[in-house]
Design a protein around this ligand. Sequence first.
Ligand code: M6R
Length: 449
Amino acid sequence: ALVDIEGTYGIVVLAEGHRELIAARRESPLIIGAGDGENFVASDVAAVLDYTDRVLYPEDSDIVVVSENAVTITNNGKRVKRKEERVPWNVEEVQRGGYEHFMLKEVHEQDRTVEDTYRGHISLIEPAVDLGIETAGDFEDILLVACGTSYHAALIGEYLLGGLCGFPIRVKVASEFDHRHLRLDNTWVIGITQSGETSDTLRALRGAKASGCRTLAITNIPGSSVTRIVDEIFLTQAGLEIGVAATKTFLAQLTALYLLTSSLTTDIRTRESLLQNLRMIPAKVQQVLDGEEQIAYHARRLSRYDNAFFIGRGINYPVAMEGALKLKEISYLHAEAYPGGELKHGPFALLRQNTPVVAIASRDDTYEAMLTNIKEVKARGPWVIALAEEGDVDIEQFVDDVIRIPQVDPLFSPFLNSVALQLLAYYAARERGCPIDLPANLAKSVTVP
Ligand code: M6R
């Protein structure tokens, strides 16, 4: 029957009266959990972690017959062996650990996530980075491809790599990637996908490979489909993320991109400064988390509106996009992100007293321009709340409220602003009584094109 099936699938069949499951996949996730006197078929490792940490990853066109005591795999009629791998996570990863929601637990794990992702890749003695991938090479430009939150990480990567490494960088939403209409000579195509299963990202990477591009995946899931498509992988170390809203995997992706930038820059001082600043991030993330109550207080007010705008500039524009995505995804409140300077080109028409604006006002070279934007907004009546550095007293005269962000090199502010916006979205959603870990109509892995 599989010969006749078109498209992608992960399928499992239980025939009445038989004590066997028959499973197969094509471009969709399927894993086999190997237990003692019991075996499992699932689409995600998280589903079997309660029972076993030993997992097999079937390939496309494999047919797997699973009984209590045996797992037999054939491909095109021939017996094949697939390596059994140990999953580096334990059952605690699938428990809430006293938190009301997985999302909140995962937000609180982010100091560790950043450290776990850079640990082992940077030298403690000299400013050196080893990502375990080939970073030299004859590529002429880089194209980053991703969806959703991972796309926002890619946009931050564009800013970093473009600004500090001098390569031409392009970013494409994976569903808009069409290798037939892109110039891809000597292009290094980097896919970012926490799950490693996002159909659009996988399709884009296959297209890039077919065009002869070198490919790299930044992913959080060992053994996921993307790891079998690309030439090289960089594994982020966020651990298992269960909440549908991506939080700690986003910070892990940012860490990977800052590491990649450090390894690609030829300027030793830039590398030294990047690595020094990166090492400070876990403690600074913890400081943002310590301000949780204040953020929750503002979130309660935000939760009472129907629409919100997020504005940012420069490296924090993608952070504004991520803040808006997080809010709409889990609180069902409509939110839109704009570059600060773009509101006057249309959205001003919507700014009223009942349209709050969240403004990211980090103290980089966009700060003065952001103050101008905030004044323009305020003149139209909305409640404006700014994310601003500790010690920035100037901001107070222009906005209604301020969420304080620890001082950091502004290039690293996306880490901290993102954590604050995750908490803002979380508490707004909680106030609205939303099912935070399982928002309506969404899935953790988007395996359909
Ligand atoms: O697994 P991926 O990183 O490829 O997933 C991409 C998006 O589906 C994902 O980031 C989605 O936007 C999140 N649910 C947002 O929180």
